[in-house]
Write a protein that binds this ligand. Structure first.
Ligand code: FAD
Length: 279
């Protein structure tokens, strides 16, 4: 199919982009186009105008330090995955990104675009939520920082206003006693996960002081469950809070089964990772 007609703008400054979004009803940001263009082609989205942000300067940065990793709106998945500094500061970024789509899609798709797209089947929105990251957002009204806990409103729906541009995402670094792990089941590597699971643990003297699990493709939004008090049965604790859904890819029962299998495995891997790092 072909998209419905739309106007196309390619501003060269952020201010021009923000003004265009504020002044044009039905305008949408175009970043890597790896989710938006298929939606246009299937006529599941019909914006009046695309505001292409690919010509904006200084938005493709990836900066990592002891505090965490800052990823600009035009940093491609592939560049983030290739960043040794990003993975050293927060190893979960690379662990999860290696499961995001296929190389050609990662070459073009942006990590920030994936977060704003807010697909519960996507890895990086869940990673940002699990790590308690943030997104910096700009509009003609100024700038604000949105915690990941306030970012996901529903299926494919973020809480950003139609005229806001996400300029940067911040993923906190892994704490000294921390450990992380990720695993997912997909029909083929790079396909969307039928279920994906990440674990984040804190340890002190080798003992777990906090454990949280993030889930991909289980609920309508990226979901995190605290299992600190249920280390013997983390899957049971998770399933008490989750309501796996049926769709054409998997039944709810199969998703629940995958949660049961993957959760204890990923939690054990994260604890092992923490103990390895602390010696
Ligand atoms: P776009 O497609 O350009 O935009 C997506 C949405 O976000 C649009 O609504 C757009 O307006 C908005 N947006 C984008 N950037 C901004 C911004 N900076 N500020 C405000 N709004 C913005 N993803 C996964 O996570 N896991 C997978 O396994 C996976 N598999 C895929 C398989 C295929 C075949 C394809 C085509 C895609 C797949 N993807 C997968 C999606 C891919 O990761 C996309 O790159 C990502 O979802 C969107 O990033 P983008 O830069 O392409 O955004």
């Amino acid at each position: 199919m072909k998209p419905a007609p739309f106007a196309y703008l390619r501003p060269s400054t952020l201010e021009e982009a923000l003004a265009a979004l504020a002044d044009t009803q039905g305008a949408k940001v175009l970043a890597g186009g790896q989710s938006l263009v298929p939606l246009l082609s299937m006529r599941l989205a019909a914006p009046s105008t695309l505001v292409d942000i690919n010509g904006l300067p200084d938005l493709d940065g990836i900066a990592a330090d002891a505090a965490g990793v800052r990823i600009g709106a035009l940093a491609r998945h592939a560049d983030v995955l290739a960043s040794a500094e990003a993975s050293a500061s927060q190893p979960l970024i690379g662990m999860a990104l290696s499961h995001v789509a296929h190389p050609t899609i990662r070459n073009r798709g942006t990590t920030v675009g994936s977060i704003v797209h807010a697909d519960a089947a996507a890895e990086m929105p869940m990673v940002l939520r699990l790590l308690d990251g943030t997104v910096d957002v700009a509009s003609v009204r100024g700038r604000r920082t949105v915690p990941a806990a306030d970012l996901f409103a529903g299926p494919l729906e973020s809480t950003l206003a139609h005229d806001e541009v996400a300029v940067e995402a911040f993923f906190p670094a892994l704490a000294p006693g921390g450990g992380v792990a990720f695993s997912e089941v997909a029909r083929r590597h790079g396909d969307y996960a039928l279920v994906g699971v990440a674990a984040l643990v804190d340890t002190e003297g080798g003992e777990v002081t906090r454990a949280r699990i993030g889930f991909v493709s289980v609920s309508d939004v990226p979901t995190v469950v605290d299992v600190s008090d249920a280390l013997d049965d983390p899957a049971g604790a998770a399933l008490a809070e989750l309501e796996p859904a049926d769709d054409i890819h998997a039944t709810a029962a199969y998703r629940a089964h995958l949660v049961k299998v993957l959760t204890p495995r990923v939690l054990a891997d994260a604890i092992h990772h923490a103990r390895e790092r602390t010696g």
